[in-house]
Design a protein. Structure first.
Length: 129
């Protein structure tokens, strides 16, 4: 993607590639939620599709390595496995979302994370680094 015409378009292309990959990887759970009529689960799925690539791109840009995202994401996933009642989306089949775990609020962080990527890259270009 380094040959992409502009830096901003490259960032968007990287993000969209991450969104597509995340959606493809999660298509089977989405189909199961569609069949079960799990609206909360489908909302959480959409949140994950938008949020995970944005988080990966932001952490990778800020730290200049993929390791930070791997560490944070692994810690979150392991924490979810230990406390299945407190998933990232705060709900499971047949349950309402937990307080404070609104998928819409988490999805709203994706544009902020992408904004941090643009700011970081702009600042680095201007500072020569």
């Amino acid at each position: 993607m380094a040959a992409y015409p502009t830096a901003n378009r490259r960032v968007l292309a990287e993000y969209l590639a991450g969104v597509v990959l995340t959606a493809v990887v999660g298509v089977v759970p989405l189909l199961r939620m569609l069949v079960a009529g799990d609206e909360v689960g489908m909302s959480a799925w959409g949140t994950a599709v938008l949020f995970i690539p944005a988080l990966a791109l932001a952490l990778g840009t800020i730290s200049r390595t993929h390791r930070l995202f791997q560490i944070i994401y692994l810690a979150v996933v392991r924490g979810d496995q230990r406390r299945p009642a407190r998933r990232l989306h705060g709900a499971g089949p047949g349950r309402r979302p937990a307080r404070g775990a609104a998928p819409d609020a988490i999805a709203g962080l994706a544009p902020l994370l992408l904004g941090s990527v643009f700011l970081t890259r702009t600042a680095r270009r201007r500072l020569g680094g």
